[in-house]
Design a protein around this ligand. Structure first.
Ligand code: TRP
Length: 388
């Protein structure tokens, strides 16, 4: 179907896609000034990623904000498939999620899907994906997510939190729906076929833990959308509120086209990269510029198709005026790619030095993020059961 044409599934996605078309195909809504004003009203300000529409579409974000304002219990949910070290494309939504957590004082449920990555990968042991989950928690800590309000679920270890919910979800989903939603085939292993139920379960976990109808907002890339469409379809029949979503654009990789992805390490900047390595990657990056400086001066570059410009826009330039100046200087040929890259390389290196220092310190308190130290497992309860 059409969705495949533009190449978006949870396991494969391009970065320079026609986001307007994508919103329509997926049946989400573009983020408008109305929702932005509502957010400003409860948060006191608006994050740069919202202002620039890095987060650009949503489902029921308005309803979520209204519920929040009316004092109803709300929570955030996002996650990560720990297939490698964290790169800048991963932390982009986490930075915004942290901001939401701080401004709205919300708890965040964060799923680490070592099972998913093991089932999905051709090589790699479960033990490796599991230890990467712990590595990735260090990045959440380095970004400053509040350990008392951030609850990490590691699937292979914390399944008892999800299983009572997963049982109920699984009964609502047929094989043919599952196949059509995720593009599975007869040769897909059955781990992958079951997996979506576990990702959906976390959306209902806060309601179980608080024994309340908790409104959940999921900030994530639109590539995760098939899960939420199904989750929303079945929520009423299980007596849970439908989770709301807010979608971010994917950070492009440093190569030609494509999102920043662990499958192309030379085009991704990892939080664990030595700053000099990151600088080199940036200096070698593909850009929207002309092949020579002379041509660049004459014709100007194309920032709209440039991963370096997008890095400024999405992560490394908060000042709107400075960003616009850069855009114009590129278009008119006044700014050469070499200079633009070198400046970015400096900013990225500075970020990495800081992040890595905090990451190192986080080793001492990773445990504080684990859900198992903070909540009891939700139990399947029958009031008439004859045991306690
Ligand atoms: N499937 C996601 C991935 O591969 C991981 C994930 C689990 C997730 N739960 C989530 C992502 C909720 C966003 C929101 O990275």
């Amino acid at each position: 179907m059409e969705i495949e044409e533009i190449h978006i599934t949870p396991w494969e996605a391009e970065a320079f896609v026609d986001y307007e078309r994508l919103v329509k195909i997926f049946g989400a809504k573009p983020l408008t000034d109305r929702e932005v004003d509502m957010l400003a009203n409860v948060a006191g300000e608006v994050h740069v990623m919202i202002r620039r529409r890095v987060f650009y579409s949503h489902r029921d974000f308005d309803i979520f904000l209204e519920a929040y304002k009316s004092g109803r219990r709300c929570a955030l949910y996002t996650g990560r498939g720990p297939s490698g070290h964290t790169h800048l494309g991963h932390i982009l939504p986490w930075i915004f999620t942290k901001w939401l957590q701080d401004k709205l004082g919300l708890e965040l449920f964060f799923q680490m899907t070592d099972d998913e990555k093991y089932w999905h990968s051709e090589s790699g042991s479960l033990e490796e994906f599991n230890s990467l989950a712990y590595e990735n928690i260090l990045d959440l800590a380095a970004l400053g997510l509040d350990p008392s309000k951030t609850h990490v679920i590691i699937d292979s270890e914390d399944i008892s939190y999800l299983y009572p919910i997963a049982i109920k979800i699984a009964k609502k989903i047929t094989y043919s729906t599952q196949k059509a939603s995720f593009g599975f085939t007869d040769s897909t292993n059955i781990g992958m076929i079951y997996y979506p139920v576990l990702q959906m379960a976390v959306a209902f976990l806060p309601s179980e833990l608080y024994r309340d109808q908790v409104m959940v907002l999921i900030p994530a890339g639109i590539d995760q959308d098939p899960y939420w469409r199904l989750t929303r379809d079945i929520a009423p029949s299980l007596n849970y509120p439908k989770p709301a979503q807010i979608h971010n654009k994917l950070l492009p990789g440093l190569g030609i086209g494509g999102k920043m992805s662990s499958s192309k390490p030379e085009t991704a900047i990892y939080t664990t990269d030595p700053p000099d390595v990151a600088k080199q990657k940036i200096m070698k990056a593909f850009t929207g510029g002309q092949p020579t400086a002379q041509l660049q001066r004459k014709y100007g570059g194309n920032p709209d198709a440039c991963p370096i410009y997008k890095m400024y826009e999405m992560l490394f330039e908060d000042d709107d005026k400075k960003l616009l100046d850069r855009y114009n200087a590129c278009k008119t040929g006044n700014l050469l790619c070499g200079e633009c890259k070198a400046e970015l390389a400096e900013r990225v290196a500075k970020f990495l030095i800081n992040h890595q220092e905090r990451r190192g310190k986080a080793l001492n308190y990773v445990e504080k993020y684990l859900i198992r130290h903070k909540f009891d497992v939700p139990k399947v309860r029958n009031p008439n059961r004859n045991t306690k």
